[in-house]
Design a protein around this ligand. Structure first.
Ligand SMILES: [Fe+2]
Length: 291
């Protein structure tokens, strides 16, 4: 098993990287740790990078990096994937701060990196901006969510919930979801979610977005699957960004989520949700186009 334990970073291509970097620094409150001719590396607090930005002919997600659990090397991971028919190459110094990574393309064309070690740049938390705890989860539009869910199980991901049969949630740790997959007729990032500390942090983040004239597209409201209190807006490239707090905590040993007063079931187990009951538990209106 090529077991991973976290989503470490996402890689954006951008037609206007300067505007995107300004947003991630001034609005989101992240820190640029390194820039070279190809890439700008941005950190939430301790990692060398959690977001990488490259100039590209089209703006949007290029790929993402997953960190391997202790006990499996990059070479072993690549060997296993190649043996399973997934063309994987090992690259040295492809990204700053990561001495070695295994790279493959998934069935939808997202570039996936697997790595063991990342330099601890540790810029700390920025003195301005929203300053999220971490990159919480990445949601991808894919050709067939059921196939993507099955594919990512080989990396140790567990399928925590579904919205009907078109939106699958997966975790590789105790977060309700780390990756999720929405069946779509086109390939693109659905949203990138940044975890905030608590409700008051979410409110101050909304004020901060308002001060930058960035409209909130939906929320805040509590979702069904994951029970996170979420809001959505767009970055300068149009990538949808979720700010959330209070997401469910999975207990893999028991196959349930830590109990919370707002849960519908006791114990709350992975389940299939209807779309309307899952989008909001509070009845907050939203743009259908966001789904
Ligand atoms: Fe989300």
């Amino acid at each position: 098993m090529v077991q991973v334990f976290r989503l470490a970073y996402v890689h954006f291509g951008s037609q206007n990287p300067e505007a995107l970097l300004q947003y991630y620094q001034d609005v989101i409150g992240l820190t640029v740790t390194h820039r070279d001719a190809q890439h700008a590396y941005v950190s939430t607090s301790i990692d060398h990078h959690n977001i990488v930005v490259s100039e590209a002919p089209e703006s949007g997600l290029i790929g993402f990096g997953l960190q391997l659990s202790p006990g499996i090397s990059v070479a072993e991971a690549a060997q296993t994937l190649n043996a399973n028919g997934i063309a994987t190459s090992v690259k040295a110094d492809a990204f700053q701060g990561i001495p070695e990574l295994a790279e493959f393309m998934d069935m939808d064309g997202y570039v996936v990196h697997l790595f063991s070690e990342m330099e601890v740049a540790a810029p700390g938390f920025n003195s301005r901006g929203i300053r999220p705890n971490k990159v919480g989860h990445l949601s991808l539009r894919v050709n067939d969510a059921k196939k993507s869910v099955e594919f990512y199980k080989q990396f140790g991901f567990f399928n925590t919930d579904w919205i009907e049969d078109f939106f699958g949630f997966m975790t590789c740790n105790r977060d309700h979801h780390v990756l999720n997959f929405a069946t779509s007729d086109y390939k693109a990032m659905h949203h990138l979610a940044l975890e905030l500390r608590d409700y008051s942090h979410l409110v101050s983040a909304m004020d901060h977005l308002g001060s930058h004239n960035i409209p909130i597209l939906w929320g805040p409201s509590r979702h069904g699957a994951g029970h996170n209190i979420a809001t959505y807006h767009r970055d300068p490239d149009g990538n949808m960004i979720e700010l959330f707090t209070d997401a469910d905590v999975f207990i893999p040993e028991l196959g349930i989520f830590e109990p919370r007063p707002w849960h519908e079931h006791f114990p709350q187990k992975p389940r299939v949700w209807g779309t309307d009951e899952c989008i909001t538990r509070w009845g907050t209106s939203f743009e259908q186009s966001l789904v």
